[in-house]
Design a protein around this ligand. Structure first.
Ligand code: SF4
Length: 315
């Protein structure tokens, strides 16, 4: 069981992604509060801490906190746009504080689409430079991508592009768009994905990664859109392994402890007949945003379902 804690460091950013689920409110965490939260996760025996924001790299204290966490033997990871890493001296500073893994976010292999989604011209070029810098300094790199309307039909091509250019990358994460906290502009709302189109390209991407012995995870995608790859659903894994998460936000949500039912979203009548129902999270934000999504009840034998559960437990 791997419990993971999240700490938001600041809430301002050097990108302006249309679908950002934590838009700027200019809040910052204090140095002392951060240390207090890290110590609390250590006491709770959490496996990792993830520093988020956005944008953690804009905090002048980031390397001190990484150093503190590693000195206390708790693995820390950072989710960031990593634009700052286009400067290799900055990457070296993080490496000197013992940072060993970076998650980069690339939305598309097509520069114009990535720059449009980040709402920041030149961000694609900087991101590729940042990935090169991290790999050059032997920092492990993983890739995150938000599934949305503008990249849904070429998730596989983006994955292949990354593997071709950066073969050292061996883990990919897709987060289906979280519309709840994002800005409600027309452009932001236009990014909501078509699950069926995304399904076609993500299945190709997952097949490719499996064939090349790479690993991946998918968040907020119901299991009927990732049949045969159920083990990669982050919610299903949390349900099966009975894991928990604690997230410290820098807004009025303050602290949320996520356990059991928290990982189950909305279900439809079809779900009652579905053999995956007990390990499927259903549809996130179905009532308000994803009310156009149609699900398909799945038929499995008990043995097939148990195989999925066992695979997750032993993975
Ligand atoms: S029908 Fe419902 S329970 Fe079954 S896989 Fe789809 S969303 Fe999950």
């Amino acid at each position: 069981m791997a419990n993971i804690g999240y700490i938001q460091i600041n809430r301002y950013c050097n990108n302006q992604c249309h679908f950002c689920s934590n838009p700027s409110n200019w809040n910052n965490i204090t140095y002392e509060r951060w240390i207090e939260l890290i110590d609390d996760f250590i006491e709770k025996k959490y496996a990792w801490i993830i520093f988020t924001g956005w944008e953690p790299t804009l905090s002048p204290d980031l390397s001190k906190w990484i150093e503190y966490s590693t000195s206390k033997n708790i693995d820390c990871r950072i989710i960031s746009n990593w634009m700052q890493c286009s400067n290799i001296e900055y990457v070296q500073k993080l490496k000197d504080s013992w940072l060993s893994l970076i998650h980069f976010s690339l939305y598309s292999y097509i520069p114009d689409i990535h720059d449009f989604l980040t709402n920041t011209p030149g961000s694609y070029k900087k991101l590729l430079k940042s990935i090169q810098n991290a790999l050059k300094l032997w920092i492990r790199v993983q890739l995150n991508s938000v599934i949305n309307k503008y990249n849904q039909n070429h998730l596989d091509k983006t994955t292949k592009f990354l593997v071709k250019n950066f073969p050292q990358i061996n883990h990919f994460v897709w987060n289906n768009l979280d519309p709840l906290m994002m800005r409600k502009t027309d452009i932001a709302l236009s990014t909501l994905p078509d699950f069926k189109i995304a399904w076609e390209s993500i299945v190709k991407a997952m097949t490719f990664l499996e064939q090349t012995w790479r690993t991946f995870r998918v968040e907020r995608l119901p299991l009927c859109f990732m049949r045969w790859f159920e083990y990669a659903s982050t919610e299903t894994r949390k349900i099966v392994k009975n894991e928990e998460r604690i997230v410290h936000f820098l807004d009025n949500r303050e602290t949320i402890r996520q356990t059991g039912n928290y990982f189950i979203h909305d279900k439809l009548p079809e779900c009652k007949e579905c053999d995956l129902n007990s390990i499927c999270a259903g549809i996130y934000e179905r009532e308000t945003y994803y009310n156009y999504v149609k699900v398909t009840s799945q038929k499995l034998t008990l043995k097939e379902k148990q195989k999925i559960i066992d695979f997750i437990k032993w993975d």
